[in-house]
Design a protein around this ligand. Structure first.
Ligand code: NAP
Length: 298
């Protein structure tokens, strides 16, 4: 984020929020060790050589250790079979030092990602993608919530307080962002519209929204004239584009035209992105406390 962006009250500074959350998790981890003598552990599994995945996994490992948690990493070759990966998941499920398991996606094509996700113990599924956790989110049970939408919700509540009665439009219906985001907003008593690629009048739907969450994967698709005056705009998209011969990260929202209309808006980078790992650490802490039957430290 530029200096100008940082001092703009409309801008939702996800980076600063995520830093505070990671610091809080680190304090809670320290308290757990002091009061109960154990340290939460997160296991990350990487299969293959995808360069973006390698960067994510390295960042996750560093931030896990930084929060004072135990960080375990398993790197498997791209030729790994589904049975081999399932055997590793089984081992991690049984390991009492591992409280959270994350399998980095995408997986090589010989492996069915849903079969792997559903093999993880739901109580260690810190990504919140297991069908049991999706069911718990939908039915009001105590589960683990997907990190990116959970991060968006925290940013929204921090800015708006009570969300009840707001009209929220979520663009995108993936299992990892769009659907859990819509469910979380519904749980906050928003009136929720889920838009997708077959939605007939997307600009018209978005114009009715008090809250817009864009999780599409299309660079700068949401335009300023779609935004109701004062709406809060959360941009989940991370798209790499070429501009003036250089690579640049942009969201799914056309920031320049949406910023003047919005009441508040997340930038890309520096908005939703940093929240994901912070929520992963938070989920690992929650999972560890539940597994050990101890209260989450203040
Ligand atoms: P995804 O699985 O590809 O889903 C995209 C969704 O967008 C689908 O539901 C699709 O509709 C909808 N869509 C596509 N074109 C559309 C259009 N023209 N109009 C309306 N809807 C359209 O993507 P995802 O995994 O949810 O990720 C979405 C974006 O968020 C990506 O840019 C990704 O990189 C980013 N992301 C960021 C983070 C983070 O940490 N900040 C985490 C996860 C994802 P259909 O269902 O009809 O095909």
């Amino acid at each position: 984020m530029s200096e100008r962006t940082l001092h703009d009250p409309k801008v939702i500074d996800g980076k600063a929020f995520a830093t505070k959350l990671r610091e809080k998790v680190a304090r809670q981890v320290k308290a757990l060790k002091e009061q109960h003598g154990f340290t939460p552990g997160l296991a990350v599994v990487l299969v293959g050589e995808d360069p973006a995945s390698k960067v994510y996994v390295r960042n996750k490992g560093e931030q896990t250790a930084h929060a004072g948690m135990a960080s375990f990493e398993d790197r498997l070759p791209a030729t790994t079979s589904q049975a081999e990966l399932l055997a590793l998941i089984d081992k991690l499920n049984k390991d009492p030092n591992v409280n959270g398991i994350l399998v980095q996606l995408p997986l090589p094509k010989q492996i069915d990602p849903q079969a792997i996700i559903n093999a993880i113990d739901p109580d260690k599924d810190v990504d919140g993608f297991h069908v049991v956790n999706a069911g718990r989110l939908a039915t009001g049970g105590q589960g683990l919530v997907p990190c990116t939408p959970y991060g968006c919700l925290l940013l929204l509540k921090d800015r708006l307080g009570d969300l009840a009665g707001k009209h929220a439009v979520v663009i995108g219906r993936s299992n990892i962002v769009g659907k859990p985001m819509a469910q979380l907003l519904l749980n906050e008593s928003c009136t929720v519209t889920i838009a997708h690629s077959k939605t007939k009048d997307l600009p018209g739907e978005v114009r009715r929204a008090d809250i817009v969450v864009a999780a599409v994967g299309r660079p700068q698709m949401v335009k300023g004239d779609w935004i109701k005056d004062g709406a809060v705009v959360i941009d989940v998209g991370i798209n790499r584009i070429e501009r003036d011969g250089k690579g640049k990260l942009v969201g799914d929202v056309d920031y320049a035209s949406c910023h003047p209309k919005a009441g508040a808006i997340t930038p890309v980078p520096g908005g939703v992105g940093p929240m994901t790992i912070a929520l992963l650490l938070n989920n690992t802490l929650i999972a560890a406390c539940r597994q050990r039957g101890v209260k989450l430290p203040e």
